[in-house]
Design a protein around this ligand. Structure first.
Ligand SMILES: Cc1cc2nc3c(=O)[nH]c(=O)nc-3n(C[C@H](O)[C@H](O)[C@H](O)COP(=O)(O)OP(=O)(O)OC[C@H]3O[C@@H](n4cnc5c(N)ncnc54)[C@H](O)[C@@H]3O)c2cc1C
Length: 441
């Protein structure tokens, strides 16, 4: 949401902020932070600690009514608004000088309805707020790779998760969105009400500040999922085998192939410490026998560590070993036609960054691509594999693809990529099994 009065806004915001924000504070149940005030730094801190957002005002809304008040306040002053849940996707934001950072972090109420197999999640909910209660009813949401990823930002951007090849992108399972329009009105958009808005909000960009999403859930209590670790020296052999495998497996299988470089930190189990691996992460819908049959060709390659087993759907959040706490990160992403292209793009990315040598993740979203073929983005709505990169210094380095749904973009700023230890120095090692920590082979 933008206005043409940005410049004026910056002046207004910096000089009139104290008096004006008192009015805002009085009008909402949530909190308001301004530069120089106590808690401003805490209020503006995104999940990605590398992002230094300095908005003119931070509003931490507690309800849809708060969001509407904040939007009206910003509108009256010509301020831009940046809605934010967790700040996982904060790095693509333009500078927030003179803008309002409108955080929905406190709005985490979730309702799961097993009868209709739907969930309603307030805008600040993170995926574990949905997957855990849904899991109690044998249902799964189309969640992202991290339990603390925001439901809203992930879903509005498409949302590519572990069930994507069978059930599609999260945005396509949204049944209704409640949002505050730029005019400050709270509306519900679904197939019958505000259908254009409903269409636009599902991946169409900034059409309002979402206050809640309703979505379909799927009857998946458990599935066959986990990680296979191979020494990095076998990368070529394993990645080629994986690529061929992705061409024959059914849509019940979604997989990723990260390259993981683990630092020599004491909290990493000794057999893995300081080593590099090529991994295959896979989630197969179905029972253990079906899953074992599907994974068989990769298992026969002889992984050093194999954690693939029947797994409760909520535990898919541990499969990719994403960092469990905020951290500083940087990354890049690209739609690619084939694996050799991935390698070239990755090398050039590394040359442009310091320190060099991060990780790589390739994810085929449709199950097939072939060397030298036309990029899938140019052929059909299914994007070709996406590359993401990970920082070599993180003990929880891993990559997951946030593949935007249908764009023909060939190179873009990444939504997710590198994950380095947090600036607070806290970092933990979580390995492999969705249901617990592995200690190595
Ligand atoms: C560790 C990690 C793992 C990831 N895993 C996956 C994955 O498996 N699959 C995948 O597809 N992507 C993944 N991503 C990318 C992720 O989907 C994007 O970064 C997404 O934008 C994060 O959403 P958020 O709400 O957590 O972040 P935020 O930074 O809070 O929001 C991101 C953007 O969403 C919009 N937004 C947020 N809230 C609202 C609102 N209430 N109203 C309107 N707009 C809003 C805004 O444009 C905002 O800038 C991952 C990212 C990270 C860092």
């Amino acid at each position: 949401m933008a206005t043409t009065r940005e410049k004026e806004t910056m002046n207004t915001a910096s000089t009139a902020a104290p008096r004006a924000t008192e009015t805002l504070k009085a009008a909402i149940a949530g909190r308001v932070f301004v530069p120089g005030g106590a808690d401003y730094d805490q209020g503006r801190q995104a999940w990605n600690l590398a992002v230094d957002e300095r908005p003119a005002v931070v509003v931490e809304a507690e309800s849809a009514a708060d969001v509407a008040q904040a939007v009206r306040y910003a509108r009256a002053r010509g301020m831009r608004i940046a809605p934010q849940g967790t700040g996982h996707g904060a790095s693509p934001l333009e500078p927030l000088d003179g803008a309002m950072l409108l955080r929905t972090t406190c709005m985490r109420q979730v309702r799961v309805d097993p009868a209709t197999r739907t969930a309603r999640a307030e805008a600040g909910a993170v995926w574990q707020d949905v997957t855990v209660p849904a899991g109690r009813h044998g249902l799964a949401a189309l969640a992202g790779s991290s339990p603390d990823l925001g439901v809203t930002g992930y879903t509005l951007g498409g949302g590519l998760g572990w069930l994507a090849r069978r059930y599609g992108l999260a945005a396509n399972s949204v049944t209704a969105a409640e949002l505050v329009t730029p005019g400050g009105d709270l509306v519900r958009a679904d197939a019958d009400h505000e259908p254009d808005l409903f269409w636009a909000v599902r991946g169409g960009g900034s059409v309002g500040v979402v206050t809640a999403l309703e979505m379909r859930l799927y009857p998946v209590g458990e599935l066959y999922a986990g990680d296979l670790f191979f020494p990095i020296a076998r990368a070529a052999e394993v990645l080629h085998a994986w690529r061929e495998w992705t061409e024959i497996v059914p849509d019940e299988v979604t997989s990723l192939a990260p390259i993981l470089r683990l630092p020599p930190l004491p909290e990493i189990p000794e057999p893995l410490r300081g080593r590099a691996f090529v991994m295959i992460e896979a989630a197969c819908l179905g029972d253990a026998d079906t899953g074992a049959e599907l994974i068989g060709p990769l298992r026969r390659l002889g992984p050093e560590l194999d954690t693939v087993a029947m797994t409760p759907a909520p535990a898919l959040g541990q499969l990719n070993m994403d960092p469990p706490q905020p951290g500083a990160s940087q990354g890049d992403g690209a739609f690619l036609a084939d694996l050799p292209t991935a390698t070239r793009v990755f090398r050039s990315w590394c040359r442009r960054r310091s320190p060099p040598g991060p990780g790589i993740t390739a994810s085929p979203t449709s199950g097939s691509w072939s060397p030298g073929s036309t990029p899938r983005s140019a052929q059909s709505p299914s994007p070709p594999p996406r590359l993401s990169t990970t920082c070599p210094r993180s003990p929880t380095c891993s990559g997951a693809g946030a593949a935007p749904s249908t764009s023909a973009v060939t190179r873009r700023r990444s939504r997710r990529s590198a994950s380095c230890p947090s600036s607070s120095g806290t970092s933990t090692w979580r390995c492999c099994r969705p249901t617990g920590c592995a200690s190595g082979p």
